[in-house]
Design a protein around this ligand. Structure first.
Ligand SMILES: *[C@@H]1O[C@H](CO)[C@@H](O)[C@H](O)[C@H]1NC(C)=O
Ligand SMILES: *[C@@H]1O[C@H](CO)[C@@H](O)[C@H](O)[C@H]1NC(C)=O
Ligand SMILES: *[C@@H]1O[C@H](CO)[C@@H](O)[C@H](O)[C@H]1NC(C)=O
Ligand SMILES: *[C@@H]1O[C@H](CO)[C@@H](O)[C@H](O)[C@H]1NC(C)=O
Ligand SMILES: *[C@@H]1O[C@H](CO)[C@@H](O)[C@H](O)[C@H]1NC(C)=O
Ligand SMILES: *[C@@H]1O[C@H](CO)[C@@H](O)[C@H](O)[C@H]1NC(C)=O
Length: 266
């Protein structure tokens, strides 16, 4: 008798426990849905940034309406620029941090007064596979000081690489490959470049020598300079570049591809 009572009472208490647990879960779900609802009705995007984006759109020609950028417009449910195609915002601050307009049929050029440079929280910029009709890469990109990722490959840029771009302290993986860039590689590129990991300058018309002064390039793993018109010798300081796994200088006009001081290291 006593035994059965005990069993029933433990059953009851575990039932109670189960029900209270369910209630707590339900409450949490309600709170979650409510905050989701609140945040979905408030645009995350800053007005100044959405107008900068729209001005940037206006400054370019778009070859096809299928472009990601065609969806950028204000009105109706569309007021939050953080929901536009190719854009990511910081969840807390609402600032635009990622702009991906690769393959977007963009045509034209980016002036130094472009509203793009008002997006000064950008961490990632991808304009690869567009047609900037042999215009120069605007030096002001170098003032987007939080940029870690920059992809301007295959975008029909020409002209010199501005030293300003090479002095960006947080840049990790600049990809300027497959354009018509000429002039020489700025001396500054490998100078105090703690953050650089992968440098891709392949398939351009770069001339002159490889910068000789290298310091603090401790994280540099891969450099691709192939298919340019680079001359001279590999820099001696390369020997101290311990993280470097891959250096491709093929298809250039270098005269001493495997210098003895490197070969000696094995
Ligand atoms: C930006 O500069 C270009 C020429 O450099 C000029 O044609 C254009 O009007 C300027 N735009 C603004 C918004 O100042
Ligand atoms: C640059 O963008 C192109 C096109 O989206 C992509 O194929 C390529 O992998 C990107 N490069 C880097 C370094 O991410
Ligand atoms: C190089 O860029 C051109 C556009 O200028 C593009 O058509 C071509 O596919 C690119 N090549 C590679 C290998 O990415
Ligand atoms: C750079 O971009 C090209 C073409 O857009 C892509 O093939 C390559 O993987 C990218 N890679 C690096 C390391 O930058
Ligand atoms: C390398 O960087 C240092 C420190 O910023 C600077 O003093 C020096 O002039 C730079 N050298 C070159 C060749 O840019
Ligand atoms: C460098 O670029 C060339 C030309 O596109 C390519 O064939 C090669 O694989 C690349 N090298 C490395 C190490 O990525």
């Amino acid at each position: 008798m006593c035994k059965t009572w005990l069993v029933i009472s433990t059953m009851e208490s575990s039932l109670c426990y189960l029900i209270s647990k369910c209630l707590i879960i339900l409450l949490c779900l309600c709170i979650h849905l409510f905050t989701r609802f609140l945040s979905s009705t408030q645009p995350l995007c800053h007005d100044s940034e959405s107008s900068a984006l729209l001005q940037f759109k206006q400054s370019l020609k778009i070859k096809e309406s299928a472009s990601k950028i065609a969806s950028w417009k204000l009105g109706g449910d569309n007021n939050d620029c953080c929901l536009w195609k190719g854009i990511d915002c910081d969840e807390n601050s609402g600032h635009v941090i990622d702009l991906d307009l690769s393959n977007s049929n963009l045509y034209g050029s980016i002036n130094s007064n472009s509203s793009l440079f008002q997006l000064d929280h950008l961490q990632s910029l991808n304009l690869a596979f567009n047609d900037f009709s042999y215009s120069e890469i605007p030096a002001r990109i170098g003032q987007l000081s939080r940029l870690t990722y920059l992809n301007l490959s295959s975008s029909v840029f020409s002209g010199k690489i501005s030293p300003l771009i090479c002095s960006m302290s947080s840049l990790q993986v600049p990809n300027l490959s497959n354009n018509s860039l000429d002039g020489s590689i700025p001396q500054r590129l490998f100078n105090f470049s703690y953050s650089l990991q992968v440098v891709n300058l392949k398939s351009n018309n770069l001339q002159g020598g490889i910068p000789q002064s290298w310091s603090e390039v401790n994280n540099l793993k891969l450099i691709n300079l192939s298919q340019n018109k680079i001359q001279g010798q590999l820099p001696k300081s390369l020997a101290y570049c311990t993280a470097l796994e891959n250096l491709d200088v093929s298809d250039n006009q270098l005269n001493d591809v495997f210098p003895t001081y490197l070969a000696a290291q094995g």
